[in-house]
Design a protein. Sequence first.
Length: 97
Amino acid sequence: MLNSPLLILEIQNYANSLIICDKLSKAADLKLEHQQTSLGGRLVTLVFSGTTSDCKYARDIAAGTYEGTKLLKVCETIDRPSEQLLNYFETGDFNYE
């Protein structure tokens, strides 16, 4: 994941997170790096890594899949994530030394 572009999705309901993970993994060469559920599984954050083009392609697929609904809360790519952010996904802590 080091210096790899990221795709960050936040979606309602655990079942929707499984569906979008399946769809995106078939459409682009992505690796699921981090998954976090909140509110008893009603809100799920997914972080994928891959090439810039794969992340942007997957972002467009996710946005199109949930267009017209309120299920997809966040759908963003980060082309050059900071070391501090990468450390958070690996350790769960923003502090690194």
